[in-house]
Design a protein around this ligand. Structure first.
Ligand SMILES: Cc1cc2nc3c(=O)[nH]c(=O)nc-3n(C[C@H](O)[C@H](O)[C@H](O)COP(=O)(O)OP(=O)(O)OC[C@H]3O[C@@H](n4cnc5c(N)ncnc54)[C@H](O)[C@@H]3O)c2cc1C
Length: 543
């Protein structure tokens, strides 16, 4: 039987890790220590995995079966056998278990795998599992860790995790949680019917759940965090009411979950609940940013391949000046968003031992997570949409990959906190944790190597940002919050891109870093530079 999948997916078979020259440059810049398995992961993702995920997306979504044949409540989320096999093959690349070695945790290879896999559905399962493992590792009691930690890093049958924070009446407004946790004989008993967006429900063997010990108290500071196994003594420990019908992220089931006298174990000091919840959320915010850029990369790669085949007006699409400009501009903006997202990952890794009340390293990672999630998700939304247009009518059809890329990208600006919430959280960090000064110092240090032209663009932009900040302090800060987050993200991404080029002497990033400033700050005709920049995109010719 012939496998014709590559006839509908042009970038089938490129290695999403090894053939990605931008990722390679980013790894050099941050000096990441890369697992040997990453090359094999790239190969697997661009062949079997994309085909399997495409199939799940169109024909084999997870389904909930509530009752067993003997009338027992089972809340079984049925995955296609192929879906189960894909999860287990991905586990074999060590995405989760390699993050713990010699009693230390490291997330860099997990973050890298997020870029390579990127699919918002299946990678969500790995994000949630990594978060659960991280929460347990860092904040579980010794007894809890002894009982559960090894299960997540088991080679044969590893456990999966989930984070049930959002409720019907409040996702952004987490302080409005309505789940009650009552201390009971060395654990807590949780009750609440409204965990309304519970991804990985049915896959997760244990979840991190937010609750309050007093429902009369409203506000984030009353939140505490619990480790809740899906089964207790072989009995369901919480229920899944139904699964959602979603426009994307199909390969992860998202359900409505009810805590029914569910047994949970507190993570960390109860007073620090909201901080711990947010720290765990910072991982998924960074994952989200990285995966968003990974999706956009796949979309741009696909469109680029198409433009090298499709002809209009007697020549290949890629030979038309306006198309080349489209590709180069999108490429550069994507590179900038990608490097900014990995800057957040790199910072988080440096802060990995920090605990409440936290040191500056964590505060910096957190502000970078807000900036990069906001920037990467909007860049991915735009690029997946425009890559569709670059393929003309073909881009719009569900039978080809672009529609799925776009549908999967849209959620990246919604979950883990919408862009407005990133902006509001960022304000708190900028003004109360003094991360504004850290950001300014980081940029000023990097600027030292820049030429006069770019330095002056930067100075102007910094002046505008400072002016806005002064204005914000006087007027309603929330009104201006996202404008500020966008401005900082736009500038920082360029600064990181150019700095990566200059500090590693990498011609590609030097060129794209400079072009980034000309394209986005528009004070120079950059036609001559674009004309000479085909190499910036030609690496996507890899077979
Ligand atoms: C596919 C999917 C899977 C998900 N999986 C999970 C999961 O596994 N676990 C989990 O805990 N959650 C999950 N979520 C929930 C997700 O994190 C929330 O939906 C999201 O954080 C937004 O919260 P909300 O839906 O309550 O929106 P709301 O809070 O009602 O927000 C609605 C709008 O109001 C805006 N808004 C709200 N407050 C403010 C404010 N103060 N200032 C300005 N604007 C504001 C928001 O930006 C948004 O545009 C998932 C969501 C989706 C779509």
């Amino acid at each position: 039987m012939k496998d014709l999948f590559k006839e509908i997916y042009l970038s089938y078979g490129v290695n999403y890790f090894s053939d990605d020259c931008v990722l390679k440059n980013i790894i050099d810049y941050f000096d990441f220590n890369v697992d040997n398995e990453m090359h094999n992961l790239g190969n697997y993702v661009s062949t079997e995995l994309i085909e399997g995920l495409d199939y799940i997306d169109h024909y084999a979504k997870p389904e909930l079966q509530t009752w067993s044949i003997t009338g027992k409540r089972i809340d079984y989320v049925r995955l296609s056998p192929h879906h189960r096999e894909m999860l287990s093959k991905l586990q074999n690349f060590g995405i989760i278990r390699n993050s713990i070695k010699n009693d230390k945790i490291s997330l860099i290879n997990h973050f890298l795998s997020g870029y390579v896999i990127s699919d918002s559905g299946i990678f969500c399962t790995f994000t949630l599992t990594e978060q659960t493992l991280y929460g347990l590792f860092k904040y579980g009691s010794e007894q809890l860790k002894a009982q559960y930690l090894n299960k997540f890093i088991d080679v044969k049958n590893p456990w999966y995790g989930a984070t049930f924070y959002s409720e019907l009446q409040g996702g952004s407004d987490i302080g409005n949680n309505n789940t009650l946790a009552v201390p009971t004989d060395g654990h807590y008993t949780l009750n609440g019917r409204d965990k309304y967006f519970a991804s990985d429900a049915g896959i997760a063997d244990a979840s991190i759940v937010t609750a309050k010990t007093d429902l009369k108290q409203n506000g984030a500071k009353y939140i505490s965090v619990y480790f809740v196994p899906a089964y207790f003594n072989d009995t369901l420990n919480y229920n899944i009411r139904r699964l959602k019908n979603k426009m994307g992220t199909v390969a992860v089931p998202t359900g409505e979950v009810e805590m029914n006298n569910s047994i949970g174990y507190i993570l960390g000091d109860i007073k620090n609940g909201i901080y711990i919840a947010m720290e765990i959320l910072t991982i998924s915010r960074i994952d989200d940013a990285i995966a968003a850029t990974g999706i956009a990369r796949k979309a741009l790669w696909e469109a680029y391949k198409y433009a090298n085949i499709r002809e209009a007006f007697g020549k290949k699409l890629i030979k038309h000046p306006l198309m080349r400009r489209d590709f180069i501009e999108n490429e550069i903006n994507l590179e900038a968003a990608t490097i900014l997202s990995f800057a957040a990952a790199s910072s988080f890794e440096k802060s990995i031992n920090s605990k409440p009340p936290y040191d500056d390293s964590y505060n910096y990672a957190r502000i970078l997570s807000h900036i990069s999630k906001n920037m990467a998700s909007s860049t991915a939304n735009y690029i997946t949409e425009y890559a569709m247009e670059m393929m003309g009518g073909i881009g719009f059809f569900e039978e080809f990959p672009m529609a799925k890329f776009h549908r999967d990208s849209i959620v990246t600006s919604i979950w883990e906190g919408t862009s407005n919430i990133q902006a509001i959280d960022a304000m708190e960090s900028l003004f109360k944790k003094d991360t504004l000064e850290m950001l300014m110092n980081d940029m000023a240090n990097k600027k030292k190597g820049f030429d006069e032209e770019i330095s002056s663009i930067m100075d102007n932009s910094l002046e505008i940002i400072k002016g806005k900040i002064n204005n914000m302090r006087k007027n309603n800060p929330e009104f201006y919050a996202k404008e500020l987050l966008n401005d900082i993200g736009k500038l920082m991404a360029g600064v990181y891109l150019l700095d990566a080029g200059l500090s590693t002497n990498n011609e590609h990033f030097i060129k794209s870093g400079k072009l980034y400033f000309y394209i986005n700050y528009g004070n120079r005709d950059y036609y001559d530079l674009i004309e000479d920049s085909d190499a910036i995109i030609n690496w996507m010719n890899a077979e």
